[in-house]
Every structure is written in structure tokens, then in C-alpha cells.
Design a protein around this ligand. Structure first.
Ligand code: C2E
Ligand code: CA
Ligand code: CA
Length: 615
């Protein structure tokens, strides 16, 4: 290799032997680059070689983070993790230690004593924690430009760098600069092969890769995924009449707008021309796709403003599902393409699913969601109340509110037939608010008119436990001056899995609302876990009560839940009590409250009034 490969600056007078050492170092490192060794390994190796050349020293390389606002450690093979952690996030300035200052000033900084040098005045805690005595740092530059990072050697003792050491630092920083530049170029090339230059989205090759990987994950987990191909309607006309330049800008607009409607986990790519594609993984409900399609169509309802011109554009969408519509990436893409073709044939601006059977299911569910929306506006939902009686006094102590849908043709629809769909479609938020307001207002009216008070139990779906809903609930309660101590919400075990739901639930509890654990025993939570939850009541699931007279197992379970629940200070409710025998057993075990057809079915408000008057 020619000695001039990397110019040694003539600023420092080093001996021929020292110059030889430096050239050997350069050659060794650049050979590794040429051999294609992973660049992080090379940087580690460079640090190690430098450390060998300066006794008792620690080398480190820091570079700017992606946003260019602070430095992070890129390589520091001999520095302990805690010290690396403390260095990460260093913001360059004129007294940000040797490295921060080197980057800030674009000049080497040779600090001989970190305790007295003003450049380290802000980092004295670091000095104390890690006993750093001296630190010499050189900026790393890409092609003579501004510093992008620093190469440093630190030691526990105070020391002044010799000319050779200064040369070593500058040479090392220079090599890192070359490696980073090469890496940038390689990345650029790789990107060119995998990304669409115009929109910055993944291209067909990368999409195929991603889809194949996703299929490998989906198969063993039996999860579903969907491929949506978007074909812009009439894009060719824009291209032909307005020119490619404008066409390109329209494509960019589409890429940006559609991307903003997608979740982070969705993968969006441009297949080429006017076709885009989306991959949705871990799909548990085809309705999600229906919602996404609606969102995408809404994007295209906006006028596209490009170069002071306005355009209208629509998109046709073809969808295929795994596993129904294909096992391989090619098959799924082909079938989504066929569906797209059908969508175009049937008048554009619409979506088609490859498998017609699924189309029907989705369509049926879409209709049902639309019906529910209308029902909410028309006031077709009604509330029934089911009392819970005290086992000892037989008094009505609480009532659970249960929603029903009074359908003009189908009659009274039970909640199990529409609550899950309301949850999946997001309608549960509006429906839940209506239930909450109506039930609270109803009870408040009763109590204001002198009826005896009781605890009102409202079912909340986990989907409703977010900051926005909780704030609305609080506002409703404050607005109607509802006696909060009379309110409890029933939630199921699913929420234990979600930290954020738990947080929201705690807010309700702090507000004075009691929390009741519904359907206990059907999920995965153990009694031990309950200790950490903000609950005051436990409802034993109906499935344990159903065969209580005959099933010895159930008897033991129920007995244990009651005993352990009591030991945690919880009130226990048994739901679904239908026979005197079941009631007898529960009473014997000390169950606090009984709810079930035996004592009362869920009843409309007028009938509950009658029950209240009897109390
Ligand atoms: P859940 O919260 O477990 O409600 C108790 C269910 O058991 C009610 O069914 C009730 O009618 C029924 N039940 C009560 N006693 C007996 C009995 O002795 N025997 C039998 N076989 N069943 C009894 P419903 O009203 O059909 O509600 C079903 C589910 O729908 C509820 O289960 C709850 O998960 C959900 N739900 C009902 N109303 C609401 C609501 O306002 N909001 C939400 N998020 N979910 C609701
Ligand atoms: Ca319930
Ligand atoms: Ca229940």
C-alpha cells in the first residue's frame, strides 16, 4: 500500500519509527474495510489498537445521533457500560468535556487535567464517578466538513500528549471519518436497491422480502395478515396532460397522505407506477381492513394541491388475506392484484376482497356497524337493570346496568351480539358514553326524588379505558353532581395485561369510583395478582355457578375465591344464580352479594323502580 494513502499531517514531528507504527495501523484497519468486515467490529478494533499504543488508555468514538442534536457512543470496547450510558446524550458546547468541545469547536482538545480544566467544568460528576484524569479528543470529519463526532483517548492519570499521541489521535479520527463515509455510501447503495427514489417508500423487492418474512411469522402463530394494493384511478391522465414532473409530485402527495393514516406496524411500499401496497400483520379482525379502506378513501376525498393546481383523484383497492387467499408472497400479491382489477372493473373508487365469502362477512359487519351508529342517533338502545342482593339482609344493595338494542325488525338484540363489534369498530366510545350518561342520570333522578340509594354498576370495556374517556366520565359525574361513592365500574381481567388501562382505572379510583372485577376466574389472573389492582369487588363468573350443585370442582373453586377474596378485603358477588341450591351454597360460604335470575332478571327502569319501592 502507498504511504500516501492517508496523509500524515506535518504539524507534528514524529520519528520515522512512530510514523511507521501509524501507517501500520492505517493499513491494518483499511484492510479490514476492504475485506468487508462489519464496520462496528472495525471501529472496536481501531479503539483497541490505539489503546495498545498508549499505555493505560481507554479509547472511545462518539457520533451525532440521527437528529444531529447530541452525541452517542459508537464504539468504546474497554469502557464500562455505566460510563457509556452516562456519556450518551452529550450535547456539544464549549465546556462539554473534551469530546463535546472538540465537536463544537471542530478542533482537537487535549485536556490534561479534567478536574481543573474549564472545558470539563460541567462534567465533574462524571469525573468523580469514573475517575477520569486526562482526556484527549479529536473531531471526526467527513470530507473536511463540520465535525460529526469525536475520537478520544482518556486515562485515569493526568497526562500531556506527546506529538506522537496527538498524531495518533488525529490519524484515528481521520480513519473513522473514512469508514463512516464508506458506510454512508454503502447504505445509500443498499437503499437505492430497496427503496423507491421518488417517494422514499420501500420498493417491490423490499416489500416482497417483508411479506415473506411476515408469512414465516404468521404461519406458526396461526395469525392472519392482509395485503392491500392501491391503484390510483385516472393517474395516467394527469401524467399525460400535466407532465411527469407534476405526476411525480402527485405520487409523493399520495405516499405521504396514505402513510399518515397507517399504524407504525403497517408496512407501506410503492410497487411501481401508480400502484402502492400495504401489509397489515397480526390481523385479528377483518373489520380493521374495512376501517383502513374507509380512511384511505377519505384521504382521496381531499383535493390534491400541487404547483398551484387542484386535482381530484380516487383509488381502487384490492385485498387478499392470509391464509385464505394464498400461502406465498407471490400468490397473495397476485390475488390482491386480481381483486384490484375487479375493483377497477366495477367502477373504480371502491375496494374488492379476493375471497368473496370474506367480502360478505365484512359487508355484513359493516352494515351492522352502520346500523348501530343510526341506532345510537335514533335512541334505539335501552338500559336494563339487574339488582344484586345482600346475602344477609336480602336488601337490594346494587344494580348492574345492561344495555340492549331495540331493533325495529329484529326485536331486542342482546349485548353479546353487538358489544364485541362495537369494540372492534370503535363505536364503543360513543355507545359507552351514552350508557354512562343515561344510567347515571336515571339513578340521580331516582335519588333526587327520594328513592333509596344503591350502588350503580356500569360495565366498561377495556377499549374505553383511555385518558379521553376517563376525563369525559369525570366531567359527566361532576356536571350532574352524581354521588360518586355510589358508582362502581365493572371491568374484566383483560386489563391486567395493559399498563395504560390500569393507569386510567387508578384515576377513576382516585376520583372515588369503586372498581369491580367482572367474570373472575375466566381469564389468567390469579388471586395473588389482584392484590396489586385497585379493586374492591370480585364477581365470580357465571360458569362456576351454573353447575355448582353437582360439580365438586366448582364448589372448591367458589369456596376458595370467596375465602381468598375476603382475605384481600374484597366484597364477593356471585352472578348467574338461578337456583335456591346455588344460593344456599354461596350463602354458606359467606358470599356477600347474589345476582341472578333467581332473585331478579335484568329489568327495565320502571320495574326496578317497583323493586326499589319495596325495599
Ligand atoms: P356480564 O357483564 O357478565 O353481564 C351479566 C350477564 O349475565 C348479563 O347478560 C345478564 O343478563 C346475564 N345474567 C344475569 N343473571 C343471569 C342468570 O341467572 N342466568 C343467566 N344465564 N344469565 C344471567 P347480558 O345482559 O346479555 O350481557 C352480556 C354481556 O354483555 C355482559 O356480561 C357484558 O359483558 C356485556 N354488556 C352488557 N351491557 C354492557 C354495557 O353497558 N357496556 C359494556 N361494555 N358491556 C356490556
Ligand atoms: Ca358485568
Ligand atoms: Ca360477568
Amino acid at each position: 500500500m502507498e504511504p500516501q494513502v492517508i496523509s500524515l499531517s506535518s504539524e507534528y514531528s514524529v520519528t520515522t519509527e512512530q510514523a511507521g507504527k501509524l501507517l501500520k495501523l492505517q493499513r491494518g484497519i483499511l484492510e479490514q474495510v476492504a475485506l468487508g468486515v462489519d464496520y462496528r467490529e472495525i471501529l472496536d478494533a481501531l479503539c483497541k489498537v490505539a489503546e495498545e499504543m498508549v499505555s493505560d488508555s481507554l479509547a472511545s468514538i462518539m457520533i451525532y445521533d440521527e437528529t444531529g442534536s447530541f452525541l452517542t457512543v459508537l464504539a468504546a470496547p474497554s469502557i464500562p457500560a455505566e460510563a457509556v450510558g452516562a456519556l450518551n446524550g452529550l450535547v456539544p458546547s464549549e465546556n462539554a468535556g473534551s469530546c463535546g468541545t472538540a465537536v463544537h469547536s471542530n478542533e482537537p482538545q487535549y485536556v490534561v487535567d479534567t478536574r481543573t480544566d474549564h472545558r470539563w467544568c460541567d462534567l465533574q460528576t462524571f469525573v468523580d464517578s469514573f475517575a477520569i484524569g486526562a482526556c484527549w479528543s479529536c473531531p471526526i470529519k467527513l470530507e473536511e466538513g463540520r465535525a460529526v463526532g469525536s475520537f478520544a483517548l482518556s486515562s485515569f492519570e493526568k497526562r500531556t500528549p506527546s506529538a506522537f499521541y496527538k498524531q495518533l489521535l488525529e490519524t484515528s479520527a481521520h480513519i473513522v471519518g473514512i469508514i463512516l463515509k464508506l458506510q454512508q455510501e454503502e447504505q445509500l447503495l443498499r437503499n437505492l436497491a430497496r427503496y423507491d427514489v421518488l417517494t422514499g417508500l420501500a420498493n417491490r423487492t423490499l416489500f416482497n422480502n417483508k411479506l415473506s418474512q411476515a408469512l414465516k411469522r404468521a404461519e406458526p402463530q396461526h395469525s392472519q395478515l392482509a395485503v392491500l394494493i392501491l391503484g390510483l384511478d385516472g393517474f395516467r391522465d394527469i401524467n399525460d396532460t400535466q407532465g411527469h414532473d407534476l405526476g411525480d409530485r402527485v405520487l409523493k402527495w399520495v405516499a405521504e397522505k396514505v402513510q399518515s393514516e397507517l399504524a407504525e406496524t403497517d408496512f407501506f411500499a410503492r410497487l411501481g407506477g401508480d400502484e402502492f401496497v400495504i401489509l397489515i400483520e397480526y390481523l385479528d379482525e377483518p373489520l380493521v381492513i374495512e376501517r383502513l379502506i374507509r380512511k384511505i378513501h377519505a384521504v382521496f376525498k381531499q383535493k390534491i394541491e400541487v404547483a398551484n393546481l387542484e386535482f381530484s383523484l380516487s383509488t381502487s383497492i384490492g385485498v387478499s388475506f392470509f391464509p385464505e387467499d394464498g400461502q406465498s408472497a407471490q400468490e397473495l400479491l397476485r390475488n390482491a392484484g386480481t381483486a384490484l382489477h375487479e375493483a377497477k372493473e366495477s367502477g373504480r373508487n371502491c375496494a374488492r376482497i379476493y375471497n368473496e365469502k370474506l367480502t360478505d362477512i365484512v359487508r355484513h359487519r359493516v352494515d351492522l356497524v352502520a346500523d348501530m351508529r343510526t341506532a345510537l342517533i335514533n335512541g334505539d338502545f335501552i338500559l336494563h337493570y339487574q339488582p344484586q342482593f345482600c346475602q344477609k339482609s336480602n336488601k337490594l344493595l346494587a344494580t348492574e346496568v345492561l344495555v340492549r338494542w331495540q331493533h325495529a325488525e329484529k326485536g331486542l338484540i342482546p349485548p353479546d351480539d353487538f358489544i364485541p363489534l362495537a369494540e372492534q369498530s370503535g363505536l364503543i366510545n360513543d355507545l359507552g358514553l351514552w350508557i354512562f350518561t343515561t344510567a347515571c342520570q336515571q339513578c340521580k333522578d331516582w335519588w333526587d326524588s327520594g328513592m333509596p340509594e344503591f350502588s350503580l354498576a356500569i360495565n366498561l370495556s377495556v377499549k374505553q379505558l383511555d385518558a379521553e374517556n376517563i376525563q369525559k366520565f369525570k366531567d359527566i359525574l361532576l356536571g350532574m353532581e352524581f354521588p360518586v361513592h355510589n358508582l362502581e365500574v365493572e371491568v374484566t381481567e383483560g386489563l391486567i395485561m395493559r399498563q395504560e388501562s390500569l393507569q386510567e382505572l387508578k384515576k377513576l379510583e382516585d376520583f372515588g369510583v369503586r372498581i369491580s372485577m367482572d367474570d373472575f376466574g375466566t381469564g389468567h389472573s390469579s388471586l395473588a395478582q389482584l392484590k396489586h389492582l385497585p379493586i374492591s369487588k370480585l364477581k365470580i363468573d357465571r360458569s362456576f355457578i351454573k353447575d355448582l350443585e353437582t360439580n365438586e370442582n366448582d364448589k372448591v373453586i367458589v369456596k376458595t375465591i370467596i375465602a381468598m377474596g375476603h382475605s384481600l378485603g374484597l366484597k364477593i358477588v356471585a352472578e348467574g344464580v338461578e337456583t335456591v341450591e346455588q344460593q344456599g351454597y354461596l350463602v354458606k360460604q359467606g358470599c356477600d352479594l347474589i345476582q341472578g335470575y333467581l332473585l331478579s332478571r335484568p329489568v327495565p327502569p320502571e320495574q326496578l323502580e317497583a323493586l326499589l319501592v319495596q325495599v
